[in-house]
Design a protein around this ligand. Structure first.
Ligand code: PGA
Length: 251
């Protein structure tokens, strides 16, 4: 049995005041047993969130890391070893906003993925197609290429210590959600790609769905056999809504 994971990606949102408010709300949540919960604050607030959530079983991750694990002369970046030292246990790799807006390539993301694991962090590899690619019938090909770029260089075994998040770009922050059936089809294809190399890794890896997940659609999505939780953007900025999504994963 795969343990569901619900992860909140706060993106570039928050002030000291709103982060303190959100921490308070998260602290007060009744979280379901058997569901792993994590939040990914802006790196500026990671220490506050770690301190504020002490004693609460919510893991804290970063939204990005440098491509090299060691600290060094690289202005503006944060090394995976520094994130681990701070107390992070996870890091997002390849969110579509970073791929599209900042031009992060598959090659760069392989290095970030490896750097994360070298520091003992669990990478959450984000993959997904654009609307154009979906309409051209290229969805599976695109996610297979994104996943394959990591597998080809680092081997399938690295996914025994990683999470995959399928996030159709057209569903992120748009209010459009993939139907449970659309998402399941892609999740099954991702698992099949891993299964072709290593059945045990494929059975164990958690594949999250992301893209306009809310409490109202979470139960249906999380009910699909290959959807093992969610990566939640907008709805994770509201503690009560996020808590309801966590509970949906416990059903
Ligand atoms: P959204 O974002 O839930 O606001 O659509 C999801 C994500 O980008 O991780």
């Amino acid at each position: 049995m795969r343990r569901p994971l619900v992860a909140g990606n706060w993106k570039m949102h928050g002030t000291r005041a709103s982060v303190a408010e959100l921490i308070k709300g998260l602290h007060a949540l009744a979280l379901p047993e058997g569901v792993e919960v994590a939040v990914f604050p802006p790196s500026l607030y990671i220490n506050n969130v770690l301190a504020g959530l002490e004693g609460k079983s919510i893991a804290v991750g970063a939204q990005n890391c440098a491509a090299e694990p060691a600290q060094g002369a690289l202005t503006g970046e944060v090394a995976s070893s520094q994130l681990a030292d701070a107390g992070c246990t996870l890091v997002l790799v390849g969110h579509s906003e970073r791929r599209q807006i900042l031009g992060e390539s598959d090659e760069l993301l392989v290095r970030k993925f490896a750097a994360a694991q070298a520091s003992g962090l669990t990478p959450v590899l984000c993959i997904g197609e654009t609307l154009e690619q979906r309409e051209a019938g290229q969805t599976i090909e695109v996610v297979n290429r994104q996943l394959g770029s990591v597998m080809d260089v680092l081997g399938v075994e690295v996914f025994a210590r990683a999470v995959v998040a399928y996030e159709p770009v057209w569903a992120i922050g748009t209010g459009l959600t993939a139907t449970p059936e659309q998402a399941q089809e892609v999740h099954a294809a991702i698992r099949a790609q891993l299964d072709a190399e290593d059945a045990e890794v494929a059975r164990g890896v958690r594949i999250l769905y992301g893209g306009s997940v809310k409490a109202a659609n979470a139960v249906e999505l999380f009910g699909m056999p290959d959807i093992d939780g969610g990566l939640i953007g907008g709805a994770s900025l509201n503690a009560d809504e996020f808590g309801a999504i966590c509970r949906a994963a416990g059903n």
